[in-house]
Design a protein around this ligand. Sequence first.
Ligand SMILES: Nc1ccc(Br)nc1
Length: 446
Amino acid sequence: STGDNGSGGGRSGALAPPPITEELQKIDVNPPKGTRDFPPEEMRLRTWLFHSFREVSRLFGFEEVDFPVLESEALYIRKAGEEIRDQLYCFEDRGNRRVALRPELTPSLARLVIQKGKSVSLPLKWFAVGQCWRYERMTRGRRREHYQWNMDIIGVPEVTAEAELISSIVTFFKRVGITASDVGFKVSSRKVLQEVLRCYSVPESLFSKVCIIIDKIGKIPVDEIKKDLKSAGVSEEAVDELLQVLSIKSLTKLEEILGGAGEAVADLKQLFSLAEKFGYAEWIEFDASIVRGLAYYTGIVFEGFDREGKLRAICGGGRYDRLLSTFGGDDLPACGFGFGDAVIVELLKDRGLLPELSLQVENIVCALDVDLQGAAARVASILREKSQTVDLVLESKPLKWVFKRAARINAHRLILVGNSEWQRGMVVVKILSSGEQYEVKLDELV
Ligand SMILES: Nc1ccc(Br)nc1
């Protein structure tokens, strides 16, 4: 730089270096705790993953939507004791408003559906890929942000909607090389819980809270589950029966216990029948203990899991027919899922399925003389107007440096702009893989 060094004298004055003040101390160049940078290599993988999410969503006729990362805290104030509430990344803004970094996308979607009201025709099939946040004490060293792929169907009460959503996730798995021997879906319905609780006259008001406690099965000791259920107001007898029913892994057994007249069994039988028709029956299994950890689910719930049991749930979702009315809107039947960007990458790594993604540039263009930099820029523009990717060498560099850069960016060909050729309206093309070299007229360069 030719500017002065901030000490009042120009470069010509031999002055002592400026005093080190706090402004000049090096900042922490790492991203905030629990967050990630995406340098080129990581960004290529993320772009590939999100492109796969979007491709599948489009295959199923869904439309992309998005919402602010910052939402009113009120969207997430639910009293069922969810982890997502305990870890809300919330604060008061300069206008004294209680706001939060969204921990999930579904409440934003519900808000937009209410806002759109009658101006949109049902069913809505919307998808989003968005960053979601939680504020977790870093003691556990877990991340505070991840990207979630969501697909939601609004306005379809039938189980065909849930079957369609599971089909979309199976389609994604197949497209990235994951098979039914790698992952499966555990499927149940919260109506199982509802029907058992009704048998023991447990008030409906306890339903969401009981679901959140039940979701901890396998994560905390069963005695704690029992204690939490009893302190929530569930009788000892109901707790024992509940845990008994939740251990059922067979739909036939469930029907023996609950009878065939209830909605839970009917919904689940229809879902498994549809899975046969869709062709993904081998991917799903009934597991009564699946309730998912979000308070608003009301029916079918499902989660994707790795069959080796090494990873956390890959994705999860279900029906949430009562969410809109909790925001003061008119209820609409709704179901959807969330699919995070972290566990899937661990699974792909484990299975050796990460794609080879390297930077690819078709052309590297270089002036052989500093006076030809403008000519080289002209060549680059001509190629770019023909949708050719071009890395233009922007400074005077030795050819050795140019060849090294060409190799690093995987350039297909090197375009050299030299004096003698340029005088004849020509440039030199070198195919880097074969070494073949030839002259070509500028206006014939393709
Ligand atoms: N809900 C949520 C948000 C952020 C992360 Br990381 N995990 C879960």
